[in-house]
Design a protein around this ligand. Structure first.
Ligand SMILES: [Zn+2]
Length: 353
């Protein structure tokens, strides 16, 4: 097979096709719903990334905007023969014209039968957020600490913020009144397990019970240490949901399925960045991304014969989810729930224009 261009520097190759056939074709359901994917037309990136910021964090370096048409083509390539839909949102950064990107994505969702979350800044008034929520195919909002204020040097200026600094109470009141969806990427270097995060999530649930709260990336628990200190604190509230995007660690997936059960977890890719090729390794509370492209962060390369076997990060994530579900004894019904049924059920409960 001639390599098929995906996005940015990534291609779909024979290695990926063989991986799909061996691990995924017989296991994934016919319908796939990706509950966490970023789509922005490249023209809406209005600030050029500084060299300093590009090197500050690996995601900055690989995160090139993907338009709706390319995103649809890529999804068709990586999920051959599958019916695909998604919950999409723009890159939550002030490097983009957020409002233009929001409007454009709402239109793309109408055309393609997708759903979207509006990217909103904490400074936005109730009126401004309402106008966003009233666009078609809109389920709620995507908030993020980098939207508090711009920083040309680092994505993490506001990493230690309180959740309420970027998801303020006036917006939560509105979201609660409208039973809207919130995908929440938690702040803090300590990730979900930081006591303030747990306390604030519990406060959101107590004061705004109609908000459909989805904690992104299993609370950014990419290692077992982080998962074990965070997930048990939220197990008792069945109204807190999680997407498992960007998690490649099979042990973490297995742990999440065992403590949260398969009905509170939504499949997500975090594409386009997980079209990256390679694999991830874990050491205690940290991880390292191995990839075959000479990115700045990719200093410690593996041997060429190992790199030649790399597949897409998103395929590694899928294999990890499969391994975890098989080990947990989760069968056909649960697989369907994670890959589309849970999201479809929740969408029915969300107020939509
Ligand atoms: Zn994301």
């Amino acid at each position: 097979m001639h390599p098929i261009p995906l996005h940015h520097v990534w291609k779909y190759t024979d290695v990926d096709h063989a991986f799909w056939e061996e691990h995924l074709e017989g296991w994934l359901p016919r319908r796939i719903f990706d509950a966490h994917t970023h789509i922005d037309e490249p023209r809406f990136r209005v600030e050029t990334l500084t060299e300093e910021k590009r090197r500050q964090y690996w995601v900055n370096e690989v995160s090139e905007p993907i338009g709706a048409e390319t995103a649809a083509r890529c999804a068709k390539t990586v999920f051959p023969g599958r019916e695909f839909s998604c919950l999409a949102f723009g890159h939550p950064t002030l490097d983009y014209d957020i409002e233009a990107s929001n409007a454009s994505l709402a239109g793309a969702c109408v055309d393609r039968g997708w759903y979207r979350l509006a990217v909103v800044r904490p400074q936005w008034s109730v009126e401004r957020v309402t106008a966003e929520l009233e666009r078609p195919r809109t389920l709620g909002v995507k908030v993020y600490y980098a939207l508090i204020s711009n920083d040309p040097i680092s994505r993490d200026k506001h990493l230690e913020a309180s959740i309420f600094d970027f998801l303020p109470h006036h917006q939560l009141e509105l979201l609660d009144a409208r039973s809207a969806w919130v995908t929440l990427h938690v702040p803090k270097a300590d990730r979900l397990g930081h006591p303030d995060n747990i306390k604030e999530i519990q406060e959101i649930r107590r004061r705004y019970p109609n908000v459909l709260l989805v904690v992104a990336h299993l609370g950014r628990c990419y290692t077992m240490a982080h998962a074990e200190e965070a997930l048990p604190a939220l197990v008792d509230d069945p109204g807190i949901y999680f997407d498992n995007s960007a998690v490649l660690n099979p042990e973490v997936h297995r742990y999440a399925f065992s403590v949260l059960g398969p009905r509170r977890i939504l499949y997500g890719t975090d594409n386009p960045i997980f079209y990256m090729r390679g694999r991830r390794q874990w050491h205690g509370r940290s991880y390292v991304n191995r990839t075959s492209y000479p990115f700045h962060f990719n200093r410690d390369r593996e041997a060429p014969e190992i790199e030649a076997g790399y597949t897409l990060f998103m395929y590694e994530a899928l294999r990890a989810i499969k391994q975890a579900m098989v080990q947990e004894g989760l069968g056909h019904d649960e697989v369907e729930a994670v890959f589309h049924g849970n999201a479809e059920r929740l969408i029915e409960h969300v107020n939509q224009p």
